[in-house]
Design a protein around this ligand. Structure first.
Ligand SMILES: [Zn+2]
Length: 327
């Protein structure tokens, strides 16, 4: 199963959760992160700690208990929602089954993913069980933040804010899914430590196309004649305009950082040499102005339906600042 492969790579998260398990004993946890993939992985990794046959060590991912949890076949581990979001009937089912002793593990574990999307009545229904928990039951809730669930729920659980995965961890996870090193680097570097985003970028051909296009534009757009060619390509793909803006922003930001010699802070490490080359034709002021122009264009887009006009204006402004603010 695919996820077993990448769960093992999440070393930082895994030791973090093992410490939570050892030092913050509770019958109910609320794991928080903006990354849904990390959240659902973390909920399972925490559950593994309670049932791994290796006992006090980090979960092994190999014993029959670990494998059952990872494959969703463990009799005492229940993962919700079964459909889109958790509703009152789910909680009724959970409350009833939590009264029954575990069958194979020491504890029954209920993983309630995306609990912020649970209906208010479902959240209220769970509250009573959290206040008077049955024996041998662990609840693991996940949400984007503790503010996203009812305050009464948040006060009854141990809230654990998850850290982002490191770029190298994300890369090693992506390496289990792809052999294309360049794509792996681009996806990991532009994920902002969000594993879910990295996984979706890895399969996003449109994103890679736009990435290479923008890299080319920052190096080669030197005249208004070339500008017309670049703008016509963007116009053809205008439904992805926000991605163009995002990549432009990230590359101008990196070029500015390169100008300051802070190479280790560059996000797009895979394109460091090309970005160094591109940065030669821009002064620091030009780059700051260019970033301002991208942000201005983003705002214009919200008010102006004429996308073509916004694209032309932006590219022209970039060309202008490039020559107006020469080194
Ligand atoms: Zn195990």
């Amino acid at each position: 199963m695919e996820q077993i492969v990448y769960f093992k790579q999440l070393n930082t998260l895994s030791s973090f959760l093992h410490n939570v398990y050892k030092e913050q004993k509770s019958h109910a946890y609320l794991l928080t992160s903006e990354d849904e993939v990390t959240l659902s992985a973390a909920a399972k990794i925490l559950a593994l700690n309670f049932s791994c046959q290796k006992g006090e060590e980090l979960p092994c991912y190999e014993c029959s208990s670990c494998v059952k949890i990872l494959n969703d076949t463990a009799l005492d581990v229940f993962v919700y929602p079964k459909k889109n979001s958790i509703v009152v009937d789910d909680i009724k089912e959970i409350v009833a089954s939590s009264q029954v002793k575990p069958l194979e593990f020491d504890k029954k574990i209920y993983i309630l993913n995306n609990f912020s999307q649970a209906t208010i009545s479902a959240q209220n229904k769970l509250l009573k069980t959290l206040e008077e928990p049955p024996q041998d039951v662990i609840f693991i809730l996940t949400a984007s933040s503790d503010k996203a669930v009812l305050p009464t729920i948040a006060s009854r659980v141990k809230t654990i804010a998850l850290k982002r995965a490191t770029s190298s961890e994300i890369k090693s996870i992506l390496q289990t899914l792809s052999t294309d090193d360049k794509k792996i680097d681009i996806a990991a570097e532009n994920s902002g430590g969000n594993l879910g985003r990295a996984l979706s970028l890895l399969n996003d051909e449109v994103y890679f196309g736009i990435y290479n296009f923008i890299l080319n534009l920052t190096i080669n757009m030197n005249s208004s004649k070339q500008l017309i060619n670049y703008s016509s390509v963007i116009e053809k793909n205008k439904k992805f305009i926000e991605v163009y803006f995002e990549v432009l922003n990230s590359m101008f930001r990196d070029m500015l950082i390169i100008k300051q010699g802070l190479y280790q802070l560059v996000i797009n490490q895979n394109s460091l040499n090309l970005l160094k080359l591109a940065s030669v034709s821009y002064s620091q002021v030009a780059l700051i102005k260019a970033i301002e122009e991208v942000n201005k264009a983003k705002k214009m887009l919200k008010f102006n339906t004429n996308v073509t006009g916004v694209i032309d204006t932006l590219l022209l402004s970039i060309l202008e600042v490039k020559y107006k603010w020469k080194n």
